[in-house]
Design a protein around this ligand. Sequence first.
Ligand code: C2O
Length: 534
Amino acid sequence: PQNRIFFWKVTRTTLAPDGVTRPVLLVNDKYPGPKIEVNRGDYITVVVENALDVPTSFHWHGLTMRGDPWYDGVPGMNQCPIPPGANFTYAFGTDNMVGTHWWHAHFENQYIDGLIGAMIIRDPPETNPFFKAYDEERNVILNDWYHQPTGPLLAQYLSPESHGREPVPNNGLINGKGTFNCSNVQPANLACVPGERAVFHFISNRRYRLRIINASAASPFMFSIDDHQLQVIEADGTDLNPVMVDRLPINAGQRYSVIVTANQDLKNYWMRAEMGTGCLPKTPSNLDPVILGEVRYQGAGKAEPTTTGRFVPQPAVKGQEALVNPSFAEACKDMDLYDLHPLQPVPILEPITNSLLIRISFKKNPADDIVRGYMNDITYSGGNAWNPTIVQNLNQSVEYEVNHHVMQILKPGAIVQIVFDNSQGDEHPFHLHGHVFQVVAQGVGFYEEGKTPLNAVNPLRRDTATVPRNGFTVVRFKADNPGVWALHCHIEWHVTIGLVMQFVELPDQLRAMGIPEHVGNLCKTGPPKGFKPH
Ligand code: C2O
């Protein structure tokens, strides 16, 4: 194992990923930000220079941060924000995890404004079960994109007039690229030039592992490449028994690896990422729901593809991730979640020691007439980011505030089951920090203990699971990782309105671990002058 060091400078600048110029936040002037690519067992050190005029922090989405919980990057929970003008060093192990992960800012909504990147942990040939199954790798980062920064979008969203209607993306990007019809730009005075599509170069008969990351603020995508099948081999870092699909639904925060063989005629093909905005109103004038990339076979020249796809609509089936999105429902044989099983089988975790039913709801807060999200009638408000839970836990007699929505897990090795009851609402991709959970049930309607069939044989393990529209998802994990771990909807707008809670896992062990001095020091500065949280 090696210690891999990365130096990051975070700045505010302008950029036109799809041809439309807007203010963005960038790491090292790149969008998406710099890749972190390391090998199994490596240590990662990221030296962050915050050259913004606001605080920031970073989260390593997909890593369990075992032994290093104070570097998980959630202000108010496990660190204090990095003040403007300051440096902070994240240094953590990778816990023998491998797979396709990503990093993003976790301070306010900064990731929507540009602070995202791929984080790949490679298996060396000796331990990579798919080493002989592909020849090359490519990263494919998908995300929705707004032509305005989050400041004005939030002002609108957090007003009584929005009635909780989330900002609607203007576009989507593949690897930070896209095109946009400049005659539809709003406001019309934004500088706009034709953008460029992402291009993927294939050589006939080579096999490509595509590592697909959905780094959206909100949108799920349906991913496909015309005339090519996708062999799914990894979900959120878990290697899978390979499954062939035509299209792959991927929700915000999730990742998949697929192997694509360049075995078709020598020409160019569309890569498609169909945006799903759930029940959000679509604005046909400025939202092109299919984001395109180009797959160019070597020798086929640069001509724009003319392919049309070949998808046969099939009825949705149980466990279907995409079933939850009515706009997909037509064409969704596609990937079925219940068909995904880890290559390394692990029996379903039992017996359950802690069972938690989480009812998801939204309602207007009578005090200010703004819609907030509730998990069991508690809406999270981060409280004081400069007095995070992990620091509070160092003090034995801590009493957490209700709106910090803390749940303690006291018993080492406890098997925790979470039932998400979303019988009232649109789909939500829920992400748990610090763990890879088992997805033991998912469906529409209500979950009934003992009645609802479980995905009981070698269930999928991942860190971000869709909770279907008007349905439920049930996950289980083992409490063996002391830390303060966020559980939240990965629709970033919903984080802002409180669809967040936190587990204080094994508080005594966590207390005994103390906290590194330079992490504690971050908490001494307090908020910058004039700082107002959302
Ligand atoms: Cu990828 Cu708490 O997030």
